[in-house]
Ligand binder design. Structure first.
Ligand code: PLP
Length: 395
């Protein structure tokens, strides 16, 4: 189950309901949604890109006025599905509740009866946060899976003791890094040339980010796959919702699986209307590229102060090497909380479009405190773990 992204926030004074606004708007029903959101706290929250607060436009989405009780009859939901199908160049789309639902419904839809195996990168969300019987592999280049990795690890034989690979799942972006389109195309061509063809699924919860970084178009990426899961709540800012895109036949079966997984909801326009606004306002208007620029600046600030990064900053994530800075996860979290900044303990910073400039300046103060400590340890003559490792590496 998806537990790793459980938030460990410091008690935040800014994350509070503005009672005064609430009361005044309650007395003027016509303005009830226009003055929302009253929650704040996203501007200094680097834990993930799902921490964004839905905008007034999302919550006030005019299309929400259609509220048919059936997924297939509701125009707001069907229009969103048609829109996503056009954007991705895939024949059909299906709205689901979450990214995990999108992946697991897709996997179940693609797989027939056992024996079968699914091949995925060992670091991917499908392995680390969704459970399941999969064979996971490590990319030999340390960055992303290539067609060679896939070929070397797929089971193509069907002897009695074999568990043939029926499904390959890629993730993009993974840890904020981009899976290049050329590698996707090579894997896709190989998977499709097998007999029977191997289904290729993309966990594209953050595919928006790769596209915003200029790695390829949404259509180029999506058309190389047999199914793609895209998330409206990660980075784009919708309150919830994901979509699966694929062939008509795939989506027809996925609709059945969505039902089986308990995802056959009523009045889905409540999800679809804000999701549509999120795609149009955040992704289509280029707001994600701003977050990449901020991420680059944050990464550079850390490095210029002597810190190291675990992964390159290619999109909206900055991975601080806390070990090398000789800092425990708890210490890092505590110093950040002390400066009013919310972080995950693991040293991953995620930049979303609601992060403020003031928060970035405050974060750099955190960096100075954190890395200043290391400088102190060094000048005091303590050879600490991190420093020792660095000396070893130099030797
Ligand atoms: C967040 C995420 C998911 C799961 O989304 P939920 O809506 O939390 O279920 C799946 N894949 C990736 C890559 C994600 O980042």
């Amino acid at each position: 189950m998806a537990t790793v992204e459980v938030l460990t926030a410091p008690a935040s004074p800014s994350f509070s309901l503005d009672q005064e606004n609430l009361q005044s708007s309650n007395s003027h029903i016509e303005s009830s949604i226009k003055t929302i959101p009253r929650f704040s706290g996203a501007e200094n929250d680097f834990r993930s890109d799902f921490v964004t607060v839905p905008t007034a436009e999302m919550l006030n989405a005019p299309q929400i006025l259609s509220l048919a009780d059936n997924w297939e009859e509701d125009p707001t939901s069907t229009e969103l599905q048609n829109y996503m199908s056009q954007l991705t160049g895939q024949p059909a789309a299906l709205l689901v509740l979450s990214g995990t639902a999108a992946n697991q419904i897709s996997l179940r839809t693609a797989l027939g009866a056992p024996p079968h195996s699914v091949l995925v990168d060992h670091r991917s969300h499908i392995v680390t946060m969704e459970a399941g019987a999969v064979s996971s592999i490590t990319g030999t280049n340390g960055h992303h899976l290539t067609v060679i990795d896939v070929q070397n690890n797929a089971t193509l034989t069907t002897a009695d003791y074999d568990c043939p690979t029926r499904l390959i799942c890629l993730e993009n972006t993974l840890n904020g890094t981009i899976l290049p389109l050329s590698d996707v195309k090579a894997i896709s061509a190989w998977a499709r040339s097998q007999n029977p063809p191997i289904h290729l699924h993309l966990d594209g919860a953050r595919l928006w980010q790769a596209v915003a970084a200029g790695a390829g178009s949404l259509q180029d990426y999506c058309q190389a796959f047999d199914s793609v899961a895209l998330c409206f709540a990660k980075g784009l800012g919708a309150p919830l919702g994901s979509v699966i895109v694929g062939s008509q036949a795939f989506i027809k079966r996925a609709r059945l699986m969505r039902r089986l997984f308990g995802g056959g909801m009523r009045q889905s326009a409540i999800i679809a209307a804000p999701a549509r606004v999120a795609v149009e306002e955040t992704f289509m208007k280029g707001r994600l590229t701003e977050t990449h620029e901020k991420a680059r600046r944050i990464g550079e600030a850390w490095e210029s102060l002597g810190g190291q990064l675990v992964h390159p900053t290619e999109t909206n994530m900055v991975w601080l090497n806390l070990d090398e800075a000789n800092l425990s996860k708890e210490e890092f979290w505590k110093i950040a909380a002390d400066e009013g900044i919310k972080v995950m303990m693991k040293g991953r910073l995620v930049i979303h479009y609601q992060i403020s400039e003031a928060a970035i300046q405050q974060l750099i103060l955190v960096f100075k405190r954190v890395l200043g400590k290391r400088g102190q340890a060094r000048s005091n003559g303590h050879v600490t773990n991190g420093v020792k490792r660095k000396i070893d590496a130099l030797g």
